[in-house]
Design a protein around this ligand. Structure first.
Ligand SMILES: C[S@@+](CC[C@H](N)C(=O)[O-])C[C@H]1O[C@@H](n2cnc3c(N)ncnc32)[C@H](O)[C@@H]1O
Length: 356
């Protein structure tokens, strides 16, 4: 028996509701039990290992961790998963992207070699990752609508807020959005800065096709997308006054990240700035423990290594100035407090010196 569209929709809505429960009620219950245990055992954990000693044996924690892993797995795989859904409708779903490769705003590179770290993991538990089959961009776009369940269908708010934060520091004229995916981070720049030339760059052809299609639908003529590796020196030096990324820095091993920062400073013009939105500022050891676990359970092996890096030291050594690393609230409904789980959103910004 086939899986009907309405069964798929209902199952995905159920998964989202369950994730909402996990994010709020389960998280606050776990946090309360953790506090009780700390008090009962006379402990005040300061490190992830000390938190683990208190938390790992709690049944609520095990259930929390199991749900985190398996709700995400069910979102992508199995009878009602996104990947089988799009595979069943591949021809119809991809129809809208037909011919997009001829759009002058899209530059693909069929010979581009995918880095080893990129192909080694089914990132986010997305079977085949965001790059290996034609539907991958559509699947990722659909999946991203429910990545932060508290935001529900208003997830775009995150990127809009990030764009507004950047706009508050001045209007860029040449923007490079590294690892732009399906354009969710890039299109808000193109809309907000209509006089700027915006370039999105990503490894994934299927994602770039979706990005270019979205830009064409919106008739945005100041944005281009290019298939390229952000860690390689492909672009001209001193050619952008703003380099950005969202949810990118945690997706690669530190040695590749080092090359990405080299690229940022190389392609920026003197005085230009880079602004990355990622996960780094985690002062609370309990939240840090959960974040590291999230990385393992969601197939994101470089979340922990990024969070452990001395970013201010690395950026200063590379010659960046005005390094600023600050927490970021992705939506007015989710800021502060410890009543709900949230990503440790962090803005990492710095400037290339005006005169070197
Ligand atoms: C979590 S997604 C974020 C996409 C987008 N910035 C957003 O906010 O929706 C990470 C993206 O990084 C891309 N990526 C990973 N390594 C890359 C590299 N070395 N060069 C360019 N893109 C890369 C992936 O293909 C994926 O689209």
């Amino acid at each position: 028996m086939g899986t009907s569209d309405s069964s798929f929709q209902a199952a995905q809505r159920f998964l989202l509701a369950a994730k909402g429960f996990w994010t709020t009620k389960m998280y606050s219950r776990l946090r309360a039990e953790y506090a009780e245990q700390c008090a009962a055992q006379g402990k005040a954990p300061q490190t992830v290992t000390e938190v683990a000693d208190v938390v790992e044996s709690l049944t609520t924690y095990r259930y929390f961790a199991w749900l985190e892993r398996h709700l995400q797995s069910a979102k992508y795989s199995g009878r009602y998963g996104l990947v089988p859904h799009y595979r069943r409708r591949q021809e119809e779903a991809l129809g809208k992207l037909d011919g997009i490769e001829h759009d002058p705003a899209l530059e693909l590179d069929a010979a581009l070699e995918m880095p080893a770290y990129y192909v080694a993991t089914d990132i986010h538990q997305h079977p085949g990752g965001v790059w290996s089959e034609p539907i991958a961009g559509l699947v990722y776009e659909h999946g991203a609508r429910t990545t932060t369940p508290l935001l529900g269908q208003t997830h775009a708010d995150l990127h809009t807020r990030f764009t507004e934060k950047i706009a508050a520091d001045g209007q860029p004229t040449r923007v490079l959005d590294m690892a732009c995916g399906f354009g969710k981070s890039t299109l808000p720049f193109a809309r907000r800065f209509p006089a700027a030339k915006v370039q999105g760059l990503d490894l994934s052809e299927p994602c770039l096709r979706v990005a270019a299609h979205a830009a064409r639908e919106e008739k945005l003529d100041n944005v281009k997308f290019r298939q390229s590796d952000a860690s390689q020196a492909i672009l001209e030096e001193n050619s952008f006054d703003l380099v950005t990324s969202t949810m990118f820095l945690h997706e690669m091993p530190p040695r590749v990240l080092d090359q990405v920062f080299d690229e940022c400073i190389r392609v920026l013009e003197p005085g230009g700035r880079m602004v990355h939105l990622d996960f780094w500022h985690i002062p609370d050891p309990f939240d840090r423990f959960l974040h590291y676990g999230h990385g393992r359970r969601n197939n994101e092996p470089y979340m922990q290594p990024l969070a452990e890096l001395d970013l201010p030291g690395i950026l200063a050594k590379k010659g960046f100035k005005d390094v600023l690393i600050e927490p970021f609230h992705e939506s007015s409904g989710t800021s502060g407090g410890s009543d709900a789980w949230r990503f440790p959103w962090t803005v990492i910004s710095a400037r290339k010196p005006a005169h070197s």
